[in-house]
Design a binder for this molecule. Structure first.
Ligand code: T4K
Length: 388
């Protein structure tokens, strides 16, 4: 008999994009087709930028993806020298620095938030430091108090906010901090447009420069003073992002319900370290990272889950300084980065995930950790969250 992998028998991936109202999206796509306007700052891109600006309170400049958003933000700031970045992040953070002509220097992270550790950054700052790129890892917010103070010391700060759409903070709207913050609309993100991104900035000149660079460097049809690229968001992607934004709150609520369910299931499991809530932060449930006591346990769990057609991801292993591409890059001591990269696993968590599938994943993981344990049956599921 074929073994079922979830309540529906479908594989369970770490991420899965959700279109909340496909009929409404298809109707809008029909209108888009009839409009014959597919790119170059058309009405949907403009509408998306207006909506994001309303939400963030600062200018929103759409881009083709967050990787290019980071690169163009660094380029538009006109920086030269070193950029302090985490090694525990997606490739884009450091790649964008190199492509913008900056030299990445890797700093260690905080073991509770997985974001850059201020003390580690401070120890690496020297007269060549032009930029620091804190990543809001998994939707945890970097330490604004420290990083904003760097700007007063003449160091540019651009937040990699690829994971942070919809995160709230008692310190203010996260998108309003830094020289800029760069968000992603990739298929794996909460607002899933397939590809896409947006740069938030309170500096109108910086926003304008990023817009220019994203459009080949054109001033007008005949004037180009700088070498730009093509990083424009298409109308199709903007339409998907607009639909994703409409259901942002619902998506976050569903994700948080799944997180609560995981927390409840793993609460007393000493072999796991669960994500810790940050005081004063309203999380978005972008990822659910668990840490294992050892790499061996993590690898066993990974294999056991995959056998049940559950596909977690080792975000972010290997750490960037462990890659051949960065073997010559400078870095400080990275003990936390290496320990986390060795032991972390992001479990399936997405806006369409049911609590019953969360239970299925939790049971599979607990069984991997304590193969002889028996599970207590659960009470019935909340109907609001039953999707897949
Ligand atoms: N900064 C940080 C900190 C980031 O994490 C990222 C991207 C960026 C910057 C740059 O943002 P973008 O330039 O992409 O806007 C994925 C994404 O490609 C990447 O966007 C993301 N971070 C990273 C965390 O994950 P992969 O190679 O792990 O994706 P993939 O194809 O293995 O997909 C992961 C899971 O998602 C799969 O198990 C299946 C599911 N999935 C994926 C796609 C593409 C779907 O269900 N539908 C889909 O269409 O990198």
């Amino acid at each position: 008999m074929k073994r079922r992998s979830s309540q529906t028998g479908a594989p369970l991936f770490t991420a899965c994009p959700l279109i909340e109202d496909p009929e409404a999206l298809l109707a809008d796509l029909r209108r888009l087709v009839d409009s014959h306007r597919l790119s170059n700052h058309g009405p949907r891109v403009c509408e998306l930028e207006r909506r994001l600006k309303r939400m963030w309170g600062v200018r929103a400049q759409t881009v083709a993806n967050a990787t290019l958003g980071l690169e163009l933000a660094f380029t538009a700031l006109g920086l030269r020298g070193k950029a302090i970045v985490p090694s525990f992040t997606f490739f884009s953070t450091a790649h964008a620095c190199v492509r913008a002509g900056l030299e990445p220097v890797f700093a260690d992270i905080d073991p509770r938030t997985y974001c850059l550790a201020p003390a580690a950054v401070e120890a690496l700052i020297d007269e060549d430091t032009a930029l620091v790129v804190p990543v809001h890892t998994y939707g945890n917010l970097a330490d604004f108090a420290y990083f904003e103070s760097l700007r007063e010391r003449g160091i540019a700060v651009v937040y990699d906010a690829a994971h942070a759409m919809g995160v709230r903070s008692r310190f203010g709207e996260p998108a309003g901090f830094g020289d800029a913050s760069v968000f992603s609309f990739h298929a794996t993100k909460i607002v899933a447009a397939g590809e896409g991104g947006a740069v938030a900035t309170a500096d109108p000149a910086l926003g304008q420069a990023i817009r220019r660079l994203a459009n080949f460097g054109l001033i007008n049809e005949t004037e180009v003073f700088e070498i730009g690229t093509n990083a424009k968001l298409s109308e199709v992607h903007a339409l998907f992002a607009l639909h994703g934004l409409k259901s942002l709150e619902t998506s976050i609520d569903r994700r948080l319900a799944v997180m609560d369910r995981y927390n409840e299931s793993f609460g007393d499991e000493a072999k796991l370290t669960l994500p810790r809530p940050q005081p004063g932060v309203g999380p978005n449930g972008q990822f659910y990272p668990v840490r294992f006591r050892s790499r061996k346990l993590r690898e066993k769990a990974f294999d056991d889950l995959v056998r049940k057609h559950i596909y977690p991801r080792r975000y972010f292993a290997p750490a960037l300084h462990q890659l051949a591409a960065y073997r010559h890059s400078a870095h400080g001591p990275l003990p936390v980065t290496e320990a986390v990269a060795d032991t972390v696993l992001c479990l399936p968590l997405h806006s369409a995930m049911s609590l019953s599938n969360a239970d299925f994943v939790a049971d599979a993981l607990l069984h991997s950790l304590r193969p002889r344990a028996r599970r207590v049956p659960r009470e019935s599921l909340s109907p609001r969250v039953i999707l897949t």
